[in-house]
Design a protein around this ligand. Structure first.
Ligand code: MCA
Ligand code: AMP
Length: 505
């Protein structure tokens, strides 16, 4: 049987193929028949551009139905889809192009000038543009292309996508995800979260990360559901569309922003069957406020790029604030000490997991891959967690030096490297501090040379154009020295305590 994820998706197209698949706030509608037909036309364009099974396709575009069709087209031809955050600067994209060596690049028209030389150096064979409304050279080529007939035959372990996740050394690592990884998670979540024929998904997440691209989109595709497809999270539009939706997925910032809106009431959300949150910890107090306001209990789940979804609070049963529920039915989770020995129930350790969801390693980084796997195949997540006697997991912190801001991951090392290179700077430590809106706010603590006159603005200006906006510090502090322990290691915990009130929470 063909294990290509698109074969599974195609098998779930509803009998009424004219059923709306994507409905935009503008009223534009793309049916399931359109999805199948246009993804086949986009697939022809990719194949004509030289994309063969195993070739990479790098995509940095806005969220549009055409961008979804491009993803599905890439699956159809057996290409490896590599979506990039639209906030990444050309210098960040340069790294990804050199590392992934794609055959095709699809970018926004406004990025073409900055990216074309970079693409040429990275030996990209063909570059297409796609604008926010889906128009551009790729769609023009698809319009005159014949729809491809076949779906490339794939094995479970063949790669479908590479998603870059930043590394502790400051170098991004490409997590290789197979057709089997994606389809197992899609089937499991579709079943576990009890999707129904009548479901309508409200989709306001970006489609370059696991949450929006795989978790949300795949659940709807497994179910042949209609999606309210928003180009970004905008509380007003969400509140307008909730009454005609039944499922919404989001990062905690979506929910805290909704709670800030007086117009977000129990009446607005009475048609909703399921609110899902993940990608970052949701405060227990947000859960409580949400229930008080709407009567709904948000279902919190836990995942990561390397494994998609790993645990989930139950659909039926107790959803406990501050916990992320038990392992998914086909995933094995254990909590271990540094040596990889499981700790007792209730004790803190590092969460490790394995299952059909677990990725195939980091692209062209066999050593890094080996470091993060145990001999028995478990992957070391880097998240500190506790499991109770019933198997319910709570994420209590991170063993890895990682900041999560509004659901985006930021590895401090990447920013510290840039700041440390600046004239007049001796060293820096980048930390995440409690932030009401983003959960954590990226903050830099800098030691400058005594004679130098480096200001907060100098630091922020120097990072502009180099790092995506969401990675840039929202506040910079200057100190004469960084606190260190006896081993000489910077004590980021002490810094986090000192500056805890920076963003007023
Ligand atoms: C935007 N800014 C941010 C962020 N987003 N700063 C820090 N963190 C962010 N996440 C910057 C903007 O550039 C702007 O800067 C200023 O902050 C305010 O922007 P605003 O208009 O408020 O932002 P927005 O456009 O409304 O976006 C906020 C957002 C968005 C809606 C929370 O960041 C978002 O959609 N996040 C979802 C991320 C996600 O999908 N994560 C899933 C990863 P300036 O004013 O200076 O221009 S998948 C994952 O983690 C795993 C696998 C899992 O478990 O799901
Ligand atoms: P990513 O690099 O996007 O795969 O981010 C994965 C990380 O997000 C995990 O390793 C966790 O640290 C964090 N994460 C995801 N979901 C949750 C959650 N519900 N609670 C706490 N942390 C979470």
């Amino acid at each position: 049987m063909n294990q290509n994820l698109y074969a599974l998706i195609q098998s779930r197209i509803p009998a009424d193929t004219l059923k709306p698949f994507l409905v935009l706030p503008t009223g534009r509608t793309v049916s399931y028949a359109d999805m199948d037909y246009w993804s086949a036309k986009f697939a022809t364009v990719l194949a004509d551009a030289g994309v063969s099974p195993g070739d990479r396709v790098v995509v940095q575009t806005d969220k549009s139905p055409e961008a979804v069709m491009l993803y599905l087209a890439c699956l159809r031809v057996g290409g490896i889809y590599i979506p990039l955050n639209t906030a990444y600067t050309p210098s960040e994209v340069e790294y990804f192009l050199n590392d992934a060596e794609p055959v095709v690049l699809v970018c926004r028209p406004k990025s073409l000038e900055a990216l074309s030389d970079i693409a040429t150096h990275a030996a990209v064979k063909q570059t297409f543009v796609m604008d926010a409304d889906g128009s551009g050279t790729l769609t023009e080529a698809a319009a005159v292309a014949a729809p491809i007939e076949d779906i490339v035959e794939c094995e479970t372990d063949d790669l479908a996508a590479i998603l870059y996740t930043s590394g502790t050394t400051g170098r991004s690592k490409g997590a290789m995800l197979s057709h089997g990884n994606l389809s197992s998670n899609a089937r499991t979540l579709h079943r576990l979260w009890a999707f129904e024929d009548s479901d309508v998904l409200l989709h306001a997440l970006p489609i370059y990360h696991v949450h929006g691209l795989f978790v949300a989109l795949h659940c709807a595709l497994m179910n042949g559901s209609t999606i309210h497809f928003l180009d970004k999270f905008d509380p007003e539009t969400v509140i307008r569309l909730l009454p005609t939706s039944t499922v919404m997925m989001g990062v905690p910032t979506f929910y805290t922003r909704l709670l800030d809106e007086p117009g977000f009431t129990s009446d607005v959300s009475k048609n909703i069957r399921l609110f899902v949150s993940g990608s970052a910890p949701m405060l227990a107090e947000t859960h409580v406020q949400f229930t008080e306001r709407t009567g709904h209990k948000i279902l919190e789940r836990y995942g990561m790029t390397e494994g998609g979804m790993i645990t989930s609070n139950p659909y039926d049963g107790d959803r406990v604030p501050g916990t992320v529920g038990p392992a998914l039915p086909d995933v094995e989770v254990r909590i271990c000490n540094k040596e990889g020995t499981p700790v007792a129930a209730g004790e803190i350790g590092v969460l490790e997991y394995k299952g059909p969801n677990l990725f195939k390693g980091y692209w062209r980084m066999p050593d890094k891959t080996a470091e993060e796997f145990r001999a028995d195949g478990y992957f070391i997540s880097g998240d500190n967690a506790i499991m109770d006697a019933e198997g319910r997991v709570s994420i209590v912190g991170r063993d890895k030096d990682l900041i999560i801001t509004g659901g985006y991951n930021v590895y401090p090392k990447e920013i510290e490297i840039e700041i440390d290179q600046m004239d007049g700077v001796i060293e820096s430590a980048v930390i995440g501090l409690p932030h009401k809106d983003f959960g954590e706010g990226v903050t830099a603590v800098v030691v400058a040379q005594a004679e130098a006159s480096v200001s907060e603005k100098d630091i922020v200006d120097a990072l502009k154009g180099k790092l995506a906006r969401f990675k840039q510090p929202k506040k910079v502090y200057f100190v004469s020295e960084l606190p260190r322990n006896a081993m000489g290691k910077v004590q980021k915990n002490a810094l986090r305590e000192t500056y805890a009130g920076t963003y007023g929470s």
